[in-house]
Design a protein around this ligand. Structure first.
Ligand code: FES
Ligand code: FES
Length: 163
């Protein structure tokens, strides 16, 4: 089947088998190695991308389901050259060790951070932990990740910016 995807702002039509997973298509056809596959069955959140702006597990999504949709991966959110504030907070608050889970956490939590900033409020730790409850980190523990989310929100609230 032919599928037209707008991936990180670039539209492309590709031919895929109907059983082909979005995670595999993004990694293999679009060369986006920031889409990590941990469990391949919806348990770890490593493969989280945004589909039309909402976090989605790309290992449980067929590419064919995304025809006509916009996909964003961690590559467009930020990187070494231009860190997203949440990525910077992960670094400063020790929210990662090996980093394998980090793209998934960042893609899951970036909209959460945006929403809380838009509301002008700092969530409590329970709310943050609930927001990231679909993501598993196998090495660093979760305290640093919660601290990173708090820092990313706090910095923006202090600046009075919604961007
Ligand atoms: S690889 Fe998709 S949830 Fe684990
Ligand atoms: S930092 Fe290694 S799995 Fe999370």
């Amino acid at each position: 089947m032919n599928v037209t995807l707008t991936v990180n702002g670039t539209q492309r039509t590709i031919t895929v088998e109907s059983r082909r997973l979005l995670a595999d298509v993004l990694r293999q056809e679009f060369n986006l190695s920031g889409v990590h596959i941990g469990c391949a069955h919806g348990a770890c959140g490593c493969c989280t991308v945004h589909v039309d702006g909402a976090p989605k597990l790309s290992c449980l999504t067929f590419a064919g389901q995304c025809d006509g949709k916009s996909i964003s991966t961690v590559e467009v959110l930020g990187g070494v050259e231009a860190e997203h504030p949440l990525q910077a907070a992960f670094r400063s608050e020790h929210g990662l060790q090996c980093g394998y889970c980090t793209p998934g956490f960042v893609m899951t939590l970036a909209p959460f951070v945006d929403d809380r900033v838009a509301e002008g409020r700092m969530p409590d730790d329970l709310e943050i932990r609930e927001a990231m409850s679909g993501n598993i980190c196998r090495c660093t523990g979760y305290h640093g990740i919660v601290a990173a989310v708090r820092k990313a929100i706090g910095d923006r609230l202090a600046k009075g910016t919604q961007a």
